[in-house]
Design a protein around this ligand. Structure first.
Ligand code: DGJ
Length: 745
């Protein structure tokens, strides 16, 4: 059994990890352990001592050794004597911030809980023994019932957490912070790993000591943001890519968030994650309830690489949905960097025609096809086709694209409105803006109030009528600004603190309707590239445009950082023109293709402008990607070097994909910096079987798995700056102890 409950001791087992908590005699739920799989009670880890300035709950009587300020807690609250970062802050009707949660019961259920209106990890067909634990905690003073939810996925080494709150009392309660998960680690010296960045340079990796005090990151932008990703890791100091203990938290949520690590006075470390408390204030009347979104927890003792693979599996199998979950997605060409706003129907057709000849399977028409939209200062909200610009209807264009044997995709930005639009002129109150104050502009656009159902319904009606009348197989859902002015004309003053979360619920409602009503449509998430790259969006959009930066060398870092928490299948990646439009760099076509293949492959340029030789290469890459896709999409991903930490003369970025049966592998390497008279780059491979022989398809050379992993491979062809190579290894069939083909290394 994944979950064992015995005398108020709750043990959650996955194949390689154990999580344990206990409701003690006073009814406090104490966290005991999360780490390597272990049997038996860990209660012996608790230490009780008389500690100055760490007070004692009244019910502890004269026992001064019992303090919630020192004991590890499962769901810490503000106001009961624990002065560390709380998971829950509740303001009572009389103004006091005070809670006291005591154990009130539990339930073990088969299968995985669901969260109404929110994305959540689900039980997939191949999963076994998935169970849910619900633990009730009650505040007897206020009547607040807090139910902690745990979903245990034994084979995936994942435990999900979420929280339901129900006001069963008589007074109005105001939730000022509800974190979805809090994890107290009694012992250990940790590093905090975060993924920070900016527009066009997302998910840089930073590893810093989890020192005394609280280190808090998050987003106050109403979206998960380019600046900090809602995926974090706490790793033991000694932990490397291949060894050591580490914990991940991934938020299945696309709005503002908070994540933190706090090392306390007794060297215990608390890690937590939830909705950003800033701007959040949720009044809960008697009888009302609130559900906090889900956090995906995962632990491994086998290093950061394995932790990533655990997240890759759960996101691919248990978060992403829809027909493209396991089916190869069409290789697409997007016209954005080819034309920006300057296009007409014929130009788009010509781009598609050339692409189709080279094996591209879908044309995506980006921004500028609707309303008055020849630049980014007008038109958003008016989702009527600009037939003058297209030289016909959207249906005509879709038909022309389909006649080439291609699918047709469309860009939309449903959450936005331009001040210069018919929608804004008709409904200025539908934009989020504080009455009497001029709103903050960003890209000249305002944010529609998706906390209001009538706004969501209206825009949904516009988009669905397009989908009902025009054959469209793909949508690119963009979102190009942060939310600065948080005020809804549809909410009372005392409910304005709900607006940001209700906005996200409105977004999810829209996406869920699309998912259900248009199952054949593949949706790619986007927020100026990767500004909303999170597990919540992946529930609706199995791929997300990773970054507006399409330069292959910058993408090495962006995709490296992204790989810590997200699978390759989630990463939208395209070959674009050189010099690159974001940074002016010129890189070989092969390197651009190799980087784009580490994702949902596509193009972002006018192929008509390429030389015949480049076109020939592109048709080869397309053919190759189609063949390699199963290995890239479903294989285990290994990072072979860290592009953020390059040593002189070893400036090679490398990664590889290994098939589940370890019979096939694909290695990619890029030379980030070339020097005169260089030393030869080498890289050690991972994830192979030591006792098998592998043959390189490119050279015919045969190596043993042990040699490839211990001695490594020589990348002597990697000489040119920004050059790259790909090595496809397949297992050799052994005949009488001899390899069948190739030269033994
Ligand atoms: C931002 C996206 O990330 C780009 O790819 C492009 O779609 C533009 N928006 C269009 O406005």
């Amino acid at each position: 059994m994944a979950i064992v409950a015995e005398k108020n001791l709750f043990t959650l087992h996955t194949d390689h990890s154990t999580y344990q908590m206990k409701a003690d005699d006073l009814g406090y739920l104490l966290h005991l352990y999360y780490g390597e799989r272990a049997e038996g009670s860990m209660e012996y880890l608790l230490h009780y001592g008389d500690r100055g300035f760490s007070g004692n709950p009244y019910d502890a009587g004269s026992d001064r050794t019992y303090s919630l300020d020192a004991l590890p807690q499962e769901y810490p609250v503000r106001g009961n004597g624990d002065f560390r970062m709380p998971a829950l802050i509740v303001r009572r009707e009389n103004g006091a911030v005070s809670s006291d949660l005591r154990y009130a019961g539990y339930r073990i259920l088969d299968g995985k809980y669901e969260l109404s209106g929110l994305p959540a990890v689900y039980e997939a067909e191949q999963d076994q023994d998935v169970q849910t634990l619900e633990v009730d905690l009650k505040d007897m003073e206020t009547g607040l019932l807090v139910t902690l939810l745990y979903g245990v996925f034994p084979k995936k080494d994942v435990i999900t957490r979420a929280v339901r709150l129900q006001n069963e009392g008589q007074e109005l309660l105001t939730l000022e912070s509800v974190q979805s998960a809090s994890l107290d680690l009694i012992y250990g010296d940790y590093d905090w790993i975060q993924f920070y960045g900016r527009h066009a340079m997302e998910r840089n990796v930073q590893r810093i000591p989890a020192a005394h005090g609280a280190h808090v990151i998050g987003s106050r932008r109403g979206t998960s943001s380019h600046q900090y990703n809602p995926f974090v890791i706490l790793a033991e100091k000694e932990t490397t890519e291949d060894f050591g203990a580490c914990y991940g938290m991934s938020f299945v949520y696309s709005g503002g968030f908070q994540a933190f690590a706090e090392r306390d006075q007794y060297d215990q470390t608390r890690m937590g994650m939830g909705i950003s408390p800033e701007g959040f204030s949720w009044s809960l009347k008697p009888g009302e309830s609130f559900t906090a979104p889900e956090v995906i927890l995962s632990y491994t003792g086998k290093g950061l690489g394995e932790l990533s693979r655990q997240y890759h599996r759960i996101l691919r199998h248990n978060v992403c949905r829809g027909m493209y979950k396991e089916v190869r997605r069409p290789i697409l060409i997007n016209n954005w960097e080819a034309t920006y706003f300057d296009f007409n129907g014929n130009k788009i057709y010509e781009i598609a025609k050339q692409a189709a000849e080279l094996g591209v399977e879908m044309l995506v028409l980006d921004d500028g096809w609707f309303g008055k939209r020849d630049s980014d200062d007008s038109g958003l909200g008016d989702w009527q086709v600009n037939e003058k610009k297209l030289g016909g209807t959207l249906g005509d264009l879709s038909e022309r694209i389909h006649s080439l044997g291609m699918k047709f995709g469309l860009w939309i930005e449903p959450e936005m409105v331009s001040e210069d639009s018919d929608l804004y002129r008709a409904h200025p109150d539908w934009a989020l803006a504080v009455p009497g104050k001029k709103p903050v502009r960003s890209r000249y656009q305002l944010v529609l109030d998706f906390s209001r159902k009538e706004v969501v319904d209206y825009i949904y009606g516009q988009i669905s009528s397009l989908l009902d009348t025009v054959p469209i197989e793909y949508l690119k859902w963009d979102m190009n600004r942060s939310i600065a002015d948080v005020y809804s004309n549809g909410a009372k003053p005392e409910e304005q603190g709900k607006v940001l979360h209700q906005y996200v619920l409105g977004l999810y409602d829209f996406l869920e309707r699309l998912h259900r009503n248009y199952p054949q449509v593949l949706i790619e998430g986007c927020s100026g590239g990767g500004g909303r790259f999170d597990a919540g969006m992946l529930y609706y959009t199995p791929q997300i445009w990773c970054s507006d930066n399409t330069d292959a060398i910058d993408r090495v870092c962006i995709q490296y950082g992204t790989s810590f928490g997200y699978p390759v299948s989630a990463v939208g990646a395209h070959v674009s023109a050189v010099p690159n439009h974001q940074n002016g760099r010129t890189t070989p076509l092969k390197t651009r293709a190799n980087l784009a293949m580490a994702g949902s492959f596509g193009y972002e340029l006018d192929l008509n402008r390429l030389s015949e030789e480049d076109k020939r290469q592109i048709s080869i890459y397309n053919q190759e990607f189609k063949e390699l896709w199963p290995l890239i999409h479903s294989g285990d991903y290994y990072r072979l070097s860290n592009p953020f930490c390059m040593k002189q003369d070893q400036e090679t970025a490398a990664w590889m994909h290994v098939s589940e049966d370890q019979r096939e592998a694909l290695v990619f390497a890029v030379l980030l910096n070339a020097h005169g008279n260089p030393s030869v780059p080498r890289v050690r491979l991972k994830g192979l079987k030591a006792d098998r022989m592998y043959c390189s398809r490119e050279t015919g050379t045969v190596y043993s798995g042990a040699a490839l992993m211990s001695a490594g491979i020589v990348l002597s062809d990697l000489k040119q700056e920004y050059g790259s190579i790909r090595i496809h290894l397949t297992e050799m069939k052994q005949e009488n102890g001899q390899s069948r083909e190739g030269e033994i290394q």
